[in-house]
Design a protein around this ligand. Structure first.
Ligand code: SF4
Ligand code: SF4
Length: 134
């Protein structure tokens, strides 16, 4: 499971070895996508958290307890309806059933509110109809 989050560190937490603690205590890998961190200043990190979904949730809870502000990414999945051939391959990897095939029409159905932007569907699409908006 993958979750993209923005972490905002208060001054006192900027030096905290957060990625090390996530890996050691929660078995969650943190891939840093963007960083704006300077000593003794408020810092920001955009990271992709990879691991078991329960462990990621526990890691997020732990970061909040450390007064690190955690906001879920504003990235959204975009489906190019003109390219989609409704093959259903993407539905097989979607962990939240945000992507399903309609039982009668066999057309792809995307329920945005269920999507956690894990991006697992993107590489499965044979016609590259799935992307993110950022
Ligand atoms: S990114 Fe794709 S696979 Fe992941 S939850 Fe959203 S629709 Fe499903
Ligand atoms: S894998 Fe691509 S073409 Fe197939 S249903 Fe999903 S979005 Fe459409």
């Amino acid at each position: 499971m993958k979750k993209r989050v923005t972490l905002t560190f208060p001054k006192r937490a900027v030096q905290m070895p957060v990625t090390y603690r996530l890996a050691k205590d929660f078995n969650v890998a943190a891939n840093i996508i963007r960083a704006q961190v300077a000593p003794n200043q408020i810092g920001k990190l955009v990271v992709e958290l990879l691991g078991d979904i329960d462990q990621i949730d526990a890691a997020i809870e732990w970061m909040r307890q450390q007064h690190i502000h955690v906001s879920l990414s504003l990235a959204e999945i975009v489906i190019d309806e003109e390219s989609c051939v409704h093959c259903g391959l993407c539905t097989g990897v979607c962990p939240t059933e945000a992507l399903t095939l309609h039982p009668e029409t066999f057309m792809l159905n995307f329920v945005r509110s269920r999507c956690i932007v894990c991006e697992q569907c993107i590489p499965t699409c044979p016609v590259q109809a799935i992307s993110t908006n950022i």
